[in-house]
Structures are given as structure tokens and as C-alpha cells.
Design a protein around this ligand. Structure first.
Ligand SMILES: C[S@@+](CC[C@H](N)C(=O)[O-])C[C@H]1O[C@@H](n2cnc3c(N)ncnc32)[C@H](O)[C@@H]1O
Length: 316
């Protein structure tokens, strides 16, 4: 079988670590995943369903089959599989509730389950930089750094915090411009890489909102590159950022832009935000926009992902 997967973002967990315990079932599953990544949803669904025949109730195959059926335009067949999976996916690792919402069969939750995001990036960590930067043309950290430079030309920030720091690309883009840069990220595997790369003075495994609420340090800069797509509703986080920013401090971030609607859950299981929603959440948090640009953040399956790059500061 020759398959050439199109570069795509993180939506499907690479679930090889969850063996079914049966070699043939695992093999069907892996072929299914290869077809899904190559965009042949019908063939993928067929293989995932074969895996399910051999291992009824095996979560990776249930979710794989549901995703493939949904992608093949068969949400009615995907829904019962996702409902079955949801009953088994107790901590949300497989994002079944999100998947159900993404096919329009459940309300959009305000945030994804932590276990889902952590699992996704723990899984993705070892190929994150090559997959994202080399294959998908990921540019968010550099776009944020450029906009910060326009807002405060030549500024060096004394205390910075990078929310959802991942492996540390934001610190790389701001090299020499933050004296003490701390990072936090939900994924231990991403944090291992950020620590090894020595891109921050300190890095912690922590949820962004929890980290901000437990710290008293006043910050001159807070960044969040391609993170809010996994946060969902922004009000609470923005208020926590505002509470920690120094009077002249800056908050710089990117979001995927929703052309219509405020908070949209995409097929990619990432949230997109409308500009009025972003502006409204900033205003409610006491922050004012001082720079906003539209840009292509990266590509997904060959298509540009349009986003907003924003710099905000405490409102006067
Ligand atoms: C697409 S990566 C971006 C990483 C980094 N900011 C960059 O630009 O390379 C998203 C990162 O956000 C982290 N993340 C998502 N939600 C988070 C949250 N609520 N708190 C902390 N980290 C989070 C993920 O674990 C992941 O490492």
C-alpha cells in the first residue's frame, strides 16, 4: 500500500500506545489511520469497523471509525459510535464529547477536556517542531514577535510568561527580548523538550489558568501562541492575565479566526474565535487592543489557516 499523507494538524491521537492486545486488530487500526491521514475516509472507516468487529468496544477503533464516518459525510452512523465511546472515555482522553459537538450532535463545550489536550501533545511532542514548522509552515510565534516589535519597538521585557509554551518556539522568536521568561504547559512531554532546549528560565507542567491564578509575580509580557485554540471560551483566562499584567505590560497571542460566529469548534477539534468575540473578551477583562493583524498562521491539508495576531495592554 502506498499512501502519501497530506500534512495536517493534530486531530487524531496516534493511539499505537493503546494496543487492543491482538496483533491483527492493531494492524487493521494502523491501516485505517494511514487511510484517514491520506484523506480516504471510506477506506479508513471500513478498516476501523473491521478492527471493531475483532475487538468490540475498543476505544481507539470506535473513535477512529466515528471520525472516518463523519469525514465521509455519514454523521448518523458516527453518532452512535461516539455515544458508545463517550460512556467509556471517562476522563475525556479521546475527546469524544468534543467530537460529538464537532459533528453537531451535542452542544459545543466551553473548553476541551484537559486529558484530551495533554494526551494529544504528549503524543505529538517528539515530532512537533518538524511537523508544524517544516511541514505546515507554522509561523504564529514569529508573527507575534513582529507585532510586539511594532507595538514596542526594541523593548526588552523584564518578566515574561509564555502560556502553553510547548517546546519553546515563542521563546526562540523572542530571543534576547525577555530577561526572565517562564513557560507553562499542560503536556509533560512538551515541557521535557522545552526544558532540554533551555529556552526559558523556568518551565512548569500546568494549566495556564491555574498557573496564573496561583502566582503573584507581576508580568511585563504574557504570550500565548496557538494555545487559545485549545482553551475555548476566553473570558476567564483573559481576566487572569489582566490581573497579573504590570500597568505597561503587554499580552500577545494568536487565535484561528472564525469568519462567522463567536466561538466555533472546528472539525480539527480546535476552537476558532470571531474578532468581535476576542475584542469583547479583552474589553471585559479591562484590556485594550493596541495591535491586531490578520495572517496565515500555518497550513492544514494544503489550506491556509487564517488567524488573528493580537497585542493588548491594560486599558488606560
Ligand atoms: C499548538 S501548541 C503551541 C505551542 C507553542 N506555544 C508554540 O507556539 O510552539 C499548543 C500548546 O498549548 C498547550 N496547551 C493547550 N491548552 C493548554 C492549557 N489550558 N494550559 C496550558 N497549556 C495548554 C498544549 O499542551 C501545547 O503544548
Amino acid at each position: 500500500m502506498t499512501l502519501r499523507p497530506l500534512p495536517s494538524s493534530v486531530a487524531i491521537l496516534h493511539l499505537s500506545r493503546f494496543s487492543s492486545g491482538d496483533l491483527l486488530t492493531d494492524r487493521r487500526y494502523e491501516y485505517g489511520r494511514a487511510y484517514a491521514e491520506a484523506g480516504d475516509s471510506a477506506a479508513a472507516a471500513d478498516l476501523f469497523l473491521q478492527a471493531l468487529d475483532r475487538a468490540p468496544g475498543w476505544l481507539p477503533a470506535l473513535v477512529g471509525a466515528a471520525d472516518a464516518l463523519a469525514a465521509a459525510g455519514r454523521p448518523d452512523d458516527a453518532e452512535p459510535l461516539l455515544r458508545q465511546a463517550m460512556a467509556l472515555d471517562r476522563d475525556g482522553l479521546f475527546g469524544t464529547a468534543l467530537r460529538l459537538a464537532a459533528i453537531g450532535r451535542a452542544p459545543v463545550p466551553p473548553a476541551p477536556p484537559e486529558a484530551y489536550v495533554r494526551g494529544l501533545f504528549d503524543d505529538y511532542a517528539d515530532r512537533f517542531e518538524t511537523a508544524l514548522v517544516d511541514d505546515l509552515g507554522y509561523r504564529a510565534p514569529w508573527l507575534i514577535a513582529d507585532l510586539l516589535d511594532k507595538a514596542r519597538p526594541g523593548a526588552v521585557f523584564a518578566h515574561g510568561l509564555d502560556l502553553g509554551c510547548g517546546t519553546g518556539l515563542m521563546a526562540e522568536a523572542l530571543k534576547g527580548r525577555v530577561t526572565h521568561f517562564a513557560g507553562c504547559d499542560l503536556s509533560p512531554e512538551m515541557v521535557v523538550r522545552a526544558t532540554a532546549a533551555r529556552r526559558y528560565q523556568t518551565v512548569a507542567v500546568a494549566d495556564a489558568a491555574t498557573f496564573l491564578s496561583e502566582r503573584t509575580q507581576i508580568l511585563d509580557l504574557v504570550t500565548a501562541a496557538d494555545v487559545l485554540v485549545y482553551v475555548g471560551a476566553l473570558g476567564d483566562l483573559f481576566r487572569l492575565v489582566a490581573a497579573r499584567l504590570a500597568p505597561g505590560g503587554l499580552f500577545a497571542f494568536s487565535v484561528e479566526e472564525a469568519a462567522e460566529g463567536n466561538l466555533v469548534l472546528r472539525d480539527s477539534l480546535r476552537y476558532a474565535h470571531g474578532e468581535p468575540y476576542v475584542r469583547g473578551a479583552l474589553t471585559e477583562a479591562g484590556l485594550a487592543v493596541i495591535g491586531l493583524e490578520r495572517a496565515t498562521l500555518r497550513h492544514d491539508r494544503g489550506a491556509p489557516i487564517r488567524g488573528l495576531v493580537v497585542v493588548a495592554a491594560p486599558a488606560p
